[in-house]
Design a protein around this ligand. Structure first.
Ligand code: PLP
Length: 423
């Protein structure tokens, strides 16, 4: 009997013993094609020699130095590299151990920024329905996916949720994509006005919505309008690129495609590519300076932040992406994957939509294509697909929406950037 407490106590999962490029191998020798990089994590595959070497060398040289006492070479180098490619005025990096820690830190940083500037009344966070920002209590409160949060609702801070930008389901008849985007972006302004403009601290969104909608980018102009609204009311814009960032969409940072830079940017998953647990929060010089010239202390921290081995892995991952042009490859292979999905499933009676950017693609499943009616949640479609795919030697990431009858099931595909034509 296993003494592991698995997340799904009723499923009997295979034991992974090895990784080989785009494949995982279980204890029985069965190979699984990792079509979703786990949950959009393994962007370099499972056996990248350069990253493995960097981790080995770092652990031999310096395994750990607490950031309360010392900084480290790999952390400094990775921060420099990230900032040299970061959008807008982002110029400081706060390293953490994963995605939830990054979004949690972002919420606290937004609050502290306003405090340092003498605006203690700014305490409201606005996010979007159908988003996922992590599983710690602050991050979970920011997420708008009812299914994930309902058990913990009494423990969560109040966060307002506006509509996501989800053209396939929500664009009205006769409305252009652009008009639709402006309409839903303006929900942010309405919510800011409702709460009182000087009480709102930040708005958080995923540039391309991952787990809860299935690789859904916003329509043209949506995030430009969001940026405008945030600027008008002094509200910080936080982008959660934990899933869609780090080259996944064919851009190093997903928001590059929208031409909009945030005040705070969260990354994780692809940053460590599965070789080490690491995330980061990037912020603008303005935010950093507010703290540096105020209390001089960010009131948030975890023991393993800026871990030397994790940052050495992150540094090697980003170097590999850049020197081997893997972000461009993600864009090219993504176009191919999209075309193949359209050819194979575009006319399938239960496929409603195929979308995404780069190697971040979503297939929406519907009971009825005409009416876009989702399957009854009682079908347990996502779980059945996951099981059937594993049986067939494929790892993909099927998910159910809110189960409120409006948003249905989808399959997320996010293979490693090294995927080849045959695969
Ligand atoms: N934000 C987004 C957009 C995510 O997709 C995830 C994880 O799936 C998280 C935050 C949380 O990241 P982690 O699971 O590393 O805590």
């Amino acid at each position: 009997m296993s003494h592991i407490f698995p997340r799904h106590t009723k499923s009997d999962l295979p034991t992974a013993v090895a990784g080989d490029g785009c494949y995982l191998i279980d204890a029985k020798g069965k190979r699984y094609f990792d079509g979703s990089g786990g949950a959009a994590v393994s962007c370099l595959g499972h056996s990248d020699a350069a990253v493995i070497k960097a981790v080995q060398e770092q652990v031999e040289k310096l395994a750990f130095a607490h950031t309360g006492f010392m900084t480290s070479e790999p952390a400094e180098a990775l921060a420099d590299l990230l900032i040299s490619h970061a959008p807008g005025s982002l110029d400081r990096v706060y390293f953490v151990s994963g995605g939830s820690e990054a979004t949690e830190a972002a919420i606290k940083l937004a609050r502290q920024y306003h405090l340092e500037r003498g605006e203690p009344q700014r305490r409201h966070l606005i996010a979007r329905k159908q988003s996922y920002h992590g599983n710690t209590l602050g991050a979970l409160a920011a997420g708008g996916n009812a299914w994930r949060r309902q058990q913990f609702d009494p423990l969560l801070i109040g966060v307002s949720h506006i509509a996501p930008c989800y053209e396939y389901v929500d664009r009205a008849e006769g409305e252009s994509s652009f008009e639709y985007g402006q309409r839903v972006a303006n929900e942010l302004e309405a919510e800011i006005l409702r709460l009182g403009p000087d009480t709102v601290m930040a708005f958080m969104a995923e540039p391309v919505v991952g787990a809860t909608l299935g690789a859904v980018p916003a329509v043209e102009g949506y995030f430009k309008r969001i940026r405008e609204i945030c600027d008008t009311y002094g509200v910080l814009l936080i982008f959660d690129e934990v899933m869609c960032g780090m080259g996944r969409t064919g851009h190093l940072f997903a928001c590059d495609a929208d031409g909009v830079a945030p005040d705070i940017l969260c990354i994780a998953k692809g940053l460590g590519a599965g070789y080490q647990p690491i995330g980061a929060m990037l912020c603008s010089s303005e935010i950093y300076e507010a703290i540096a010239q105020g209390t001089g202390f960010f009131q948030h921290g975890h023991t393993y932040l800026g871990h030397p081995v994790a940052t050495a892995a992150g540094l090697a991952v980003v170097q590999q992406m850049l020197t081997r042009n893997l972000v461009e490859r993600a864009a090219e292979m993504g176009t191919q994957l999209h075309a193949a999905l359209i050819e194979r499933f575009g006319q399938h009676p239960h496929v409603g939509d195929i979308r995404g950017r780069g190697l971040f693609r979503g297939v929406e499943l519907v009971e009825d294509r005409e009416t876009k009616t989702p399957f009854d949640p009682a079908h347990g479609l996502a779980a059945r697909i996951k099981r059937a795919a594993l049986e067939a030697g494929l790892i993909c990431y099927p998910m159910s929406g809110t189960r409120d009858g409006r948003y249905g099931d989808h399959i997320l595909l996010a293979p490693p950037f090294i995927v080849n034509d045959d695969q």
